[in-house]
Design a protein. Structure first.
Length: 460
């Protein structure tokens, strides 16, 4: 219970800082997050402990070499607090959604579409579910795919269906990375790039999302195997179109509420999410507790107890990684700036098309050596000159970064998306990124680079 309470306290303090700028709230959040990390150490895998060790080492370097080390470490702490609070806020919604019968009915409806409609249904479903469930979207829809494939008697047909359905879910999830206000990609990038905002970027980001989705669908259509034997029996569809309604209503409430509050308050979207999303989750839990045979107050207390005592602590490994990635990226980026300047690298002299290509490609390449996108973006983006110095609108820098972030989720063998798909497909993560998604990655890099260059020529 202590771990869950610590996470909720850190979220409350971080949200208070985001809404008011009250410095003691940031310090309090940092203290709570530090206690959480210390208590988590005995149960962490060595890979997570390595991230903690790197963070400690960077802090020591900052103290030993920089007179402004207090400001540097404060920046890292604020970034770590923010990532922790944002993750916990989304988790409060993800947990009731993952256990909701209405959401499961929606997933079964999408997964049971006939073969001709299945790819688009699953990639759309993976996209929509990712907006509220994050990686839980892959687990939810992937479990349904495993159940359907297990019922197939022909092993060749089962293998083909398993691959096509799983990559549809994965690509749908990655498509949400381009534009979702609830994704770390957009939140982190718009917070780092000067002059950037989600509202200004989202129209172009949705355009890139559509292009990426179209490439995935075209690839699936072109590689569709031709079976020589009898046509496999079509599975009867489950549910009805109306089963999609709860998911659509939930998304409208979240995005409508966040957008309205952003306009009314002038706060950045991430700060609003920290407060609004947990309120939506609490309302959802209350509706389920007091309606449809729920036991009222006792039921609500039980659900909240499970959230604090069981569900939030279960995210320990993932959350520690994200917290440390944020801290390392923020501190490491600041420490690296003088070294980059001493090397005499002038990015403003690089041709714009090549620079946009390099910005987009950096994140997936870093992902191939195990760098979390939060870490690579937090390290790399602050090293870029201001958009006006580069001659590139801020929205295009954000678009290039989030496009690379999405492609990382498609190909990196170290991301949760690829590892989950590999586990369900009974293959290695490397094969998911290369054999299953390699062609889509290469085509997407070319097409999205051309799109970035064309948009730059139009916007300047």
């Amino acid at each position: 219970m202590l771990i869950g309470c610590l996470l909720l306290a850190a979220t409350a303090f971080a949200a208070l800082y985001e809404w008011t700028g009250f410095e003691p709230a940031a310090a309090a959040a940092g203290g709570v997050v530090l206690i959480y990390l210390i208590l988590s150490l005995p149960k962490l895998a060595w890979t997570r402990l390595a991230f903690v060790a790197i963070g400690v080492a960077l802090a020591i370097v900052a103290v030993a070499t920089r007179p402004d080390w207090v400001a540097i470490l404060s920046r890292g702490v604020v970034q770590a607090n923010f990532i922790c609070a944002f993750f916990v806020a989304l988790a409060t919604l993800r947990i009731p959604a993952a256990h909701s019968p209405a959401i499961h009915r929606c997933g079964r409806y999408l997964a049971s579409r006939p073969p001709g409609k299945r790819y688009l249904a699953l990639t759309t479903g993976g996209h929509l579910f990712a907006l509220i469930l994050n990686y839980g979207a892959i687990q939810l829809l992937g479990t349904m795919v495993e159940r359907m494939v297990a019922e197939e008697t022909d092993p060749d047909v089962a293998a083909i269906r398993n691959r096509r359905m799983l990559v549809a879910i994965q690509r749908g999830f990655c498509a949400s990375i381009f534009w979702s206000p609830l994704a770390f990609s957009m939140v982190i990038t718009t917070g780092i790039v000067p002059g950037a905002s989600w509202a200004a970027t989202v129209p172009l980001a949705i355009f890139h999302m559509v292009v990426f989705t179209a490439i995935g669908w075209a690839h699936d259509t072109l590689i569709k195997p031709k079976l020589t034997g009898p046509r496999p029996q079509t599975r009867a569809a489950e549910g009805a179109f109306a089963d999609l309604l709860p998911l659509v209503v939930l998304l409208l409430i979240i995005f409508g509420g966040v957008g309205l509050l952003e306009v009314l308050t002038g706060l950045r979207m991430a700060a609003i999410v920290m407060v609004f999303v947990p309120l939506v989750a609490l309302a959802w839990l209350a509706i389920e507790a007091f309606g449809h045979g729920g036991a009222g107050v006792s039921d609500l207390q039980g659900r909240l107890g499970n959230l604090v005592m069981r569900d939030l602590p279960a995210y320990r490994s993932e959350l520690v990684l994200l917290i440390m990635a944020g801290f390392i990226g923020a501190v490491g980026g600041i420490l690296a700036k003088p070294w980059i300047a001493a090397m005499g690298i002038d990015l403003s002299a690089v041709p714009i098309p090549l620079l946009l290509f390099a910005i987009m490609l950096f994140v997936p390449l870093a992902g191939q050596i195990g760098m979390n996108p939060i870490l690579s973006v937090a390290l790399f983006a602050p090293l870029l000159p201001a958009p006006e110095q580069l001659g590139i609108p801020a929205v295009l820098i954000v678009l290039a970064i989030v496009s690379g972030w999405a492609l990382t989720g498609l190909t990196s063998p170290f991301t949760a998306t690829t590892m989950l798909i590999a586990k369900m497909g009974h293959i290695t993560p490397v094969r998911v990124g290369t054999s299953w998604n390699g062609t889509v990655f290469l085509v997407s890099v070319v097409v999205l680079t051309l799109s970035l260059v064309t948009l730059w020529a139009v916007l300047i």
